[in-house]
Design a protein around this ligand. Structure first.
Ligand code: SF4
Ligand code: MG
Length: 317
Protein backbone atom coordinates (compact mmCIF):
# COMPACT_ATOMS: atom_id res chain seq x y z
CA UNK A 1 0.00 0.00 0.00
CA UNK A 2 1.54 3.29 -1.05
CA UNK A 3 0.53 6.84 -0.18
CA UNK A 4 -3.11 5.98 0.34
CA UNK A 5 -5.44 8.97 0.81
CA UNK A 6 -9.19 8.93 1.47
CA UNK A 7 -11.34 11.95 2.19
CA UNK A 8 -15.06 11.89 2.96
CA UNK A 9 -17.33 14.84 2.24
CA UNK A 10 -19.37 15.15 5.42
CA UNK A 11 -20.97 18.52 4.54
CA UNK A 12 -24.64 19.08 5.00
CA UNK A 13 -26.53 18.49 1.72
CA UNK A 14 -25.59 21.09 -0.89
CA UNK A 15 -28.72 23.25 -0.68
CA UNK A 16 -28.69 23.47 3.14
CA UNK A 17 -25.06 24.37 3.02
CA UNK A 18 -25.65 27.23 0.60
CA UNK A 19 -28.68 28.49 2.56
CA UNK A 20 -26.83 28.41 5.84
CA UNK A 21 -23.62 29.75 4.31
CA UNK A 22 -21.61 26.82 5.61
CA UNK A 23 -18.37 25.75 3.92
CA UNK A 24 -17.80 22.25 2.63
CA UNK A 25 -16.57 19.94 5.35
CA UNK A 26 -14.00 17.34 4.41
CA UNK A 27 -12.88 14.58 6.69
CA UNK A 28 -9.47 13.19 5.92
CA UNK A 29 -9.90 9.63 7.15
CA UNK A 30 -6.69 8.25 5.69
CA UNK A 31 -3.78 10.63 5.22
CA UNK A 32 -0.88 9.33 3.12
CA UNK A 33 -0.53 5.81 4.46
CA UNK A 34 2.03 3.27 3.24
CA UNK A 35 2.70 -0.27 4.48
CA UNK A 36 3.44 -3.77 3.27
CA UNK A 37 1.78 -6.95 4.51
CA UNK A 38 4.27 -9.82 4.40
CA UNK A 39 3.01 -12.78 2.30
CA UNK A 40 1.87 -15.54 4.62
CA UNK A 41 2.23 -13.19 7.59
CA UNK A 42 0.10 -10.75 9.52
CA UNK A 43 0.29 -6.99 9.75
CA UNK A 44 -1.95 -5.32 12.31
CA UNK A 45 -3.29 -1.80 12.20
CA UNK A 46 -3.88 -0.65 15.75
CA UNK A 47 -5.27 2.55 17.23
CA UNK A 48 -8.23 4.09 19.02
CA UNK A 49 -11.59 4.22 17.28
CA UNK A 50 -11.78 6.92 14.62
CA UNK A 51 -8.10 6.64 13.64
CA UNK A 52 -8.99 5.44 10.13
CA UNK A 53 -8.06 1.78 10.45
CA UNK A 54 -11.45 0.46 9.28
CA UNK A 55 -11.31 2.84 6.32
CA UNK A 56 -7.95 1.35 5.33
CA UNK A 57 -9.50 -2.14 5.57
CA UNK A 58 -12.35 -1.10 3.30
CA UNK A 59 -9.98 0.51 0.79
CA UNK A 60 -7.84 -2.62 0.65
CA UNK A 61 -10.84 -4.88 0.02
CA UNK A 62 -12.32 -2.49 -2.54
CA UNK A 63 -15.39 -1.50 -0.50
CA UNK A 64 -14.22 2.14 -0.76
CA UNK A 65 -12.29 3.81 -3.56
CA UNK A 66 -9.25 5.84 -2.56
CA UNK A 67 -8.70 9.48 -3.65
CA UNK A 68 -5.10 8.66 -4.50
CA UNK A 69 -2.37 6.18 -3.74
CA UNK A 70 -1.78 2.63 -4.81
CA UNK A 71 -2.68 -0.84 -3.58
CA UNK A 72 -0.81 -3.74 -5.17
CA UNK A 73 -1.34 -7.40 -4.43
CA UNK A 74 1.67 -9.66 -4.61
CA UNK A 75 3.86 -7.32 -6.67
CA UNK A 76 5.64 -9.16 -9.42
CA UNK A 77 3.34 -12.16 -9.26
CA UNK A 78 1.86 -13.22 -12.55
CA UNK A 79 -1.41 -15.04 -13.09
CA UNK A 80 -4.68 -14.56 -11.29
CA UNK A 81 -5.12 -11.60 -8.93
CA UNK A 82 -5.00 -12.35 -5.23
CA UNK A 83 -8.40 -13.21 -3.79
CA UNK A 84 -9.30 -11.22 -0.66
CA UNK A 85 -12.10 -11.71 1.86
CA UNK A 86 -13.19 -9.60 4.80
CA UNK A 87 -14.22 -10.67 8.32
CA UNK A 88 -16.17 -8.10 10.35
CA UNK A 89 -16.52 -7.29 14.04
CA UNK A 90 -20.19 -8.21 14.29
CA UNK A 91 -20.76 -11.56 12.58
CA UNK A 92 -24.48 -11.39 13.34
CA UNK A 93 -24.88 -8.33 11.14
CA UNK A 94 -23.12 -10.04 8.22
CA UNK A 95 -24.93 -13.42 8.40
CA UNK A 96 -28.39 -13.62 6.82
CA UNK A 97 -30.66 -14.50 9.80
CA UNK A 98 -33.20 -16.30 7.58
CA UNK A 99 -30.71 -18.70 6.02
CA UNK A 100 -29.55 -22.00 7.41
CA UNK A 101 -25.83 -21.99 8.15
CA UNK A 102 -25.17 -24.57 5.40
CA UNK A 103 -26.65 -22.19 2.82
CA UNK A 104 -24.68 -19.24 4.17
CA UNK A 105 -21.44 -21.18 3.73
CA UNK A 106 -22.50 -22.66 0.39
CA UNK A 107 -23.25 -19.27 -1.18
CA UNK A 108 -19.66 -18.45 -2.25
CA UNK A 109 -19.22 -22.04 -3.48
CA UNK A 110 -22.20 -21.61 -5.80
CA UNK A 111 -21.40 -18.06 -6.79
CA UNK A 112 -17.78 -18.79 -7.70
CA UNK A 113 -18.74 -22.22 -9.12
CA UNK A 114 -16.12 -23.88 -6.93
CA UNK A 115 -18.30 -27.01 -6.57
CA UNK A 116 -20.91 -28.19 -9.06
CA UNK A 117 -23.34 -30.78 -7.75
CA UNK A 118 -25.42 -30.49 -4.59
CA UNK A 119 -23.51 -33.46 -3.14
CA UNK A 120 -20.13 -31.80 -3.76
CA UNK A 121 -21.37 -28.57 -2.20
CA UNK A 122 -22.74 -30.46 0.82
CA UNK A 123 -19.42 -32.27 1.34
CA UNK A 124 -17.45 -29.05 1.12
CA UNK A 125 -19.77 -27.29 3.61
CA UNK A 126 -19.27 -30.16 6.08
CA UNK A 127 -15.53 -29.97 5.63
CA UNK A 128 -15.55 -26.20 6.26
CA UNK A 129 -17.70 -26.59 9.39
CA UNK A 130 -15.22 -29.14 10.77
CA UNK A 131 -12.28 -26.89 9.82
CA UNK A 132 -13.58 -24.08 12.05
CA UNK A 133 -14.45 -26.41 14.94
CA UNK A 134 -18.21 -26.78 14.36
CA UNK A 135 -20.07 -30.01 13.60
CA UNK A 136 -21.77 -30.96 10.32
CA UNK A 137 -25.18 -30.94 12.04
CA UNK A 138 -24.68 -27.22 12.83
CA UNK A 139 -25.30 -26.61 9.13
CA UNK A 140 -29.02 -27.20 9.65
CA UNK A 141 -29.34 -24.41 12.25
CA UNK A 142 -29.88 -20.67 11.90
CA UNK A 143 -27.39 -17.95 13.03
CA UNK A 144 -29.43 -16.96 16.11
CA UNK A 145 -29.01 -20.48 17.53
CA UNK A 146 -25.28 -19.88 18.05
CA UNK A 147 -23.15 -17.92 20.53
CA UNK A 148 -21.08 -14.93 19.41
CA UNK A 149 -17.90 -17.01 19.16
CA UNK A 150 -19.64 -19.72 17.12
CA UNK A 151 -21.11 -17.09 14.80
CA UNK A 152 -17.63 -15.74 14.18
CA UNK A 153 -16.57 -19.32 13.31
CA UNK A 154 -19.43 -19.44 10.79
CA UNK A 155 -18.31 -16.22 9.14
CA UNK A 156 -14.74 -17.54 9.00
CA UNK A 157 -16.02 -20.74 7.33
CA UNK A 158 -17.90 -18.63 4.80
CA UNK A 159 -14.79 -16.52 4.13
CA UNK A 160 -12.70 -19.70 3.63
CA UNK A 161 -15.28 -21.14 1.22
CA UNK A 162 -14.05 -18.86 -1.55
CA UNK A 163 -10.47 -20.11 -1.01
CA UNK A 164 -8.95 -16.69 -0.35
CA UNK A 165 -5.23 -16.05 -0.01
CA UNK A 166 -5.68 -12.82 1.89
CA UNK A 167 -8.05 -12.05 4.78
CA UNK A 168 -8.81 -8.57 6.06
CA UNK A 169 -10.11 -8.92 9.63
CA UNK A 170 -11.71 -5.81 11.16
CA UNK A 171 -11.89 -6.24 14.96
CA UNK A 172 -13.01 -9.87 14.50
CA UNK A 173 -13.01 -10.65 18.22
CA UNK A 174 -13.75 -7.31 19.93
CA UNK A 175 -17.41 -8.20 20.52
CA UNK A 176 -16.48 -11.47 22.27
CA UNK A 177 -15.66 -12.38 25.88
CA UNK A 178 -11.93 -12.60 26.62
CA UNK A 179 -11.86 -16.43 26.86
CA UNK A 180 -13.85 -16.87 23.64
CA UNK A 181 -11.64 -14.22 22.01
CA UNK A 182 -8.56 -16.36 22.66
CA UNK A 183 -10.21 -19.43 21.09
CA UNK A 184 -11.15 -17.57 17.92
CA UNK A 185 -7.69 -15.97 17.65
CA UNK A 186 -6.05 -19.39 18.07
CA UNK A 187 -8.32 -20.78 15.36
CA UNK A 188 -7.34 -17.92 13.04
CA UNK A 189 -3.65 -18.58 13.63
CA UNK A 190 -4.08 -22.30 12.99
CA UNK A 191 -5.94 -21.57 9.73
CA UNK A 192 -3.22 -19.15 8.71
CA UNK A 193 -0.60 -21.92 9.03
CA UNK A 194 -2.77 -24.57 7.46
CA UNK A 195 -3.78 -22.57 4.38
CA UNK A 196 -0.84 -20.17 4.10
CA UNK A 197 -3.13 -17.18 4.55
CA UNK A 198 -2.00 -13.57 4.70
CA UNK A 199 -3.78 -11.34 7.23
CA UNK A 200 -4.37 -7.64 7.52
CA UNK A 201 -5.66 -7.47 11.07
CA UNK A 202 -7.44 -4.45 12.57
CA UNK A 203 -7.75 -3.96 16.33
CA UNK A 204 -7.74 -1.36 19.08
CA UNK A 205 -6.28 -3.89 21.52
CA UNK A 206 -2.48 -4.18 21.86
CA UNK A 207 -2.67 -7.57 23.60
CA UNK A 208 -4.69 -9.01 20.70
CA UNK A 209 -2.30 -7.72 18.05
CA UNK A 210 0.71 -9.00 19.99
CA UNK A 211 -0.78 -12.49 19.71
CA UNK A 212 -1.53 -12.22 16.00
CA UNK A 213 1.00 -10.08 14.18
CA UNK A 214 4.40 -10.20 12.61
CA UNK A 215 4.32 -6.45 12.13
CA UNK A 216 2.32 -3.68 13.79
CA UNK A 217 1.38 -0.27 12.41
CA UNK A 218 0.10 2.20 15.02
CA UNK A 219 -2.38 4.70 13.59
CA UNK A 220 -3.41 8.10 14.89
CA UNK A 221 -5.85 10.44 13.14
CA UNK A 222 -5.44 8.94 9.71
CA UNK A 223 -1.67 8.50 9.80
CA UNK A 224 0.73 5.72 10.72
CA UNK A 225 2.86 7.09 13.56
CA UNK A 226 4.98 3.98 14.14
CA UNK A 227 5.42 0.73 12.26
CA UNK A 228 7.75 -2.15 12.96
CA UNK A 229 8.02 -5.83 13.78
CA UNK A 230 5.98 -6.95 16.76
CA UNK A 231 8.88 -7.79 19.06
CA UNK A 232 10.61 -4.46 18.50
CA UNK A 233 7.41 -2.46 18.99
CA UNK A 234 6.78 -4.17 22.33
CA UNK A 235 10.40 -4.16 23.53
CA UNK A 236 11.34 -0.68 22.37
CA UNK A 237 8.34 1.49 21.42
CA UNK A 238 9.65 4.82 20.10
CA UNK A 239 6.55 6.95 19.54
CA UNK A 240 4.96 8.49 22.68
CA UNK A 241 1.52 7.31 21.49
CA UNK A 242 2.72 3.71 21.12
CA UNK A 243 4.24 3.93 24.60
CA UNK A 244 0.90 5.08 26.03
CA UNK A 245 -1.05 2.39 24.15
CA UNK A 246 1.23 -0.27 25.60
CA UNK A 247 0.46 0.96 29.12
CA UNK A 248 -3.24 0.30 28.49
CA UNK A 249 -2.65 -3.47 28.40
CA UNK A 250 -3.99 -5.06 31.58
CA UNK A 251 -1.23 -6.51 33.74
CA UNK A 252 -1.80 -10.14 34.79
CA UNK A 253 0.40 -9.63 37.84
CA UNK A 254 -1.68 -6.69 39.04
CA UNK A 255 -5.24 -7.54 38.04
CA UNK A 256 -6.69 -5.00 40.44
CA UNK A 257 -4.70 -2.10 39.10
CA UNK A 258 -6.96 0.45 37.43
CA UNK A 259 -6.97 0.06 33.69
CA UNK A 260 -4.80 2.79 32.21
CA UNK A 261 -6.30 4.81 29.38
CA UNK A 262 -4.55 7.22 27.05
CA UNK A 263 -5.24 10.66 28.60
CA UNK A 264 -7.45 13.13 26.73
CA UNK A 265 -9.71 12.49 23.79
CA UNK A 266 -9.04 11.84 20.14
CA UNK A 267 -9.52 15.26 18.45
CA UNK A 268 -12.14 15.55 15.70
CA UNK A 269 -10.65 14.52 12.37
CA UNK A 270 -12.62 17.47 10.92
CA UNK A 271 -10.33 19.85 12.78
CA UNK A 272 -7.03 18.01 13.21
CA UNK A 273 -4.49 19.78 15.43
CA UNK A 274 -1.59 21.54 13.69
CA UNK A 275 1.86 20.02 13.38
CA UNK A 276 2.02 16.60 15.02
CA UNK A 277 -1.69 15.84 15.47
CA UNK A 278 -0.87 13.99 18.70
CA UNK A 279 0.58 17.12 20.38
CA UNK A 280 -2.48 18.07 22.52
CA UNK A 281 -2.25 14.67 24.27
CA UNK A 282 1.50 14.11 24.17
CA UNK A 283 3.33 14.31 27.50
CA UNK A 284 6.58 15.19 25.69
CA UNK A 285 5.27 17.86 23.30
CA UNK A 286 7.38 20.97 22.71
CA UNK A 287 6.63 24.18 20.79
CA UNK A 288 8.00 22.60 17.62
CA UNK A 289 5.37 19.84 17.81
CA UNK A 290 2.40 22.15 17.18
CA UNK A 291 4.23 23.94 14.36
CA UNK A 292 5.76 21.18 12.26
CA UNK A 293 4.49 17.84 10.99
CA UNK A 294 7.13 15.27 11.96
CA UNK A 295 8.74 13.41 9.06
CA UNK A 296 8.71 9.63 8.97
CA UNK A 297 12.13 8.23 9.84
CA UNK A 298 13.31 4.67 9.34
CA UNK A 299 15.48 3.38 12.18
CA UNK A 300 18.12 0.65 11.99
CA UNK A 301 15.62 -1.80 13.53
CA UNK A 302 13.50 -1.28 10.38
CA UNK A 303 10.94 0.58 12.50
CA UNK A 304 9.39 3.70 11.00
CA UNK A 305 8.48 6.51 13.40
CA UNK A 306 6.97 9.97 12.94
CA UNK A 307 8.03 12.00 15.98
CA UNK A 308 10.32 15.03 16.31
CA UNK A 309 12.00 13.52 19.36
CA UNK A 310 13.12 10.40 17.58
CA UNK A 311 15.53 12.14 15.21
CA UNK A 312 17.49 13.34 18.23
CA UNK A 313 18.03 9.81 19.45
CA UNK A 314 21.21 8.36 17.96
CA UNK A 315 20.48 5.22 15.96
CA UNK A 316 22.64 2.33 17.21
CA UNK A 317 25.09 1.15 14.55
FE1 SF4 B 1 4.83 14.11 20.95
FE2 SF4 B 1 6.03 16.01 19.53
FE3 SF4 B 1 6.61 13.45 19.08
FE4 SF4 B 1 4.26 14.44 18.36
S1 SF4 B 1 6.23 15.02 17.54
S2 SF4 B 1 4.61 12.53 19.39
S3 SF4 B 1 3.85 15.87 20.01
S4 SF4 B 1 7.01 14.61 20.96
MG1 MG C 1 -13.60 0.41 13.21
Amino acid sequence: VEHLVKTFDVSAPWLNRVMEGKPRQLLQAVNDISFAVPAGGCLSLVGESGCGKSTVARLVTGLHKSDSGEIRFAPGRSGAPLSAQMIFQDPYASLNPRWRVKNIIAEPLRELKLRKTAAEIGDRVEELLLTVGLSPSDGEKFPHEFSGGQRQRISIARALASEPEFLVCDEPTSALDVSVQAQVLNLMRRLQDEFGLTYLFISHDMSVVRHMSDRIAVMYLGRIVEEGDTETIFADPRHPYTQLLLQTIPNIEEPNRDRVVVPGEVPSPLKPPSGCTFHPRCPLATARCSAEVPAVRTLSSNTRVACHLVEDVPVPA
